[in-house]
Design a protein. Structure first.
Length: 276
């Protein structure tokens, strides 16, 4: 897909971070944007930015974890705007907690948004996408869908699951007009960590330490990530790695699948987590 003029693009999690950056970049390429987020305040800010660019957009409040809400959203989109050309499943959250200390309610909460949110989106929008002559599904996984880190068992699980779902989907749709792409950002400067749900056994001091560590590992801006994703879509890529850190980690995991955690010092992180 080389050009995006008048292409109808659905972006979930468009109120901040990579979702907002994608909205801005696609707007500059004359696409028609259909934006969704559960945070209506942030979504309004995104829309205001687009209006300053003299770009109008359609905005919807949406809980991606609810299949019924996603179904109703897709119905409204079809009735108001017709078939879409690109679906970007970007909505995501994170959870800071060791699995042994956490509760399954938090685990399910994260999985319902990060994994089932994308599955719900694909399920309800796929018929529309298949009617397009040149369509694309973009699922935002993570480098943590390729490698795991301690303290992020739920997040890792959701992103590994999303990677598997996306890769199976791209094979199933290989003879259709829909390209399927899995995106794996490394450390990107967004608010996902600051907005993270923290386990009940994690103190505020521990949360601060974790946030500082996360901040040190973010090398890529959301704007740069959005540009890289769009370049990948233009080349019909099926897999997009964002940031040199993600690319290097991917290589390391391929070369040392059974010992990368030792090489990267991740087991030392476990001891730090137990002291938090």
């Amino acid at each position: 897909m080389k050009k995006f003029t008048d292409k109808k693009i659905v972006i979930t999690g468009a109120g901040s971070g990579i979702g907002r950056a994608l909205a801005i970049e696609f707007a500059s390429l004359n696409a028609f944007l259909i934006l969704a987020d559960n945070d209506t305040s942030n979504l309004s800010e995104t829309r205001s930015i687009l209006r300053e660019m003299q770009i109008d957009s359609a905005c919807y409040e949406l809980d991606v974890a609810s299949y019924q809400a996603m179904h109703d959203f897709a119905t409204s989109v079809y009735h108001n705007h017709g078939d879409i050309d690109i679906l970007i499943n970007n909505a995501g959250v994170t959870l800071m907690d060791r699995f042994i200390d956490g509760n399954l309610d938090d685990f399910h909460w994260l999985m319902n948004i990060n994994f089932w949110g994308a599955v719900n989106g694909v399920k309800v929008f796929l018929p529309s996408l298949l009617r397009s002559e040149n369509a694309c599904i973009i699922n935002l996984s993570s480098i943590f869908g390729i490698m795991a880190i301690p303290g992020q068992a739920a997040y890792n699980s959701s992103k590994f699951a999303l990677k598997g779902f996306t890769e199976a989907l791209k094979m199933e749709l290989c003879e259709s007009s829909v390209n399927v792409c899995s995106v794996h950002p490394g450390g990107v400067k967004t608010e996902i960590a600051n907005n993270a749900r923290v386990g009940s056994n994690t103190s505020e001091a521990s949360r601060t330490k974790l946030l500082n560590e996360f901040d040190r590992l973010t090398y890529t801006s959301a704007e740069k990530a959005a540009k890289e994703i769009i370049k990948g879509v233009q080349k019909n890529k099926r897999r997009i790695m964002i940031g040199m850190d993600a690319k290097l980690a991917d290589i390391l995991v391929r070369l040392f699948p059974g010992t990368y955690e030792k090489i990267m010092g991740l087991e030392e992180r476990v001891s730090r987590l137990t002291k938090l």
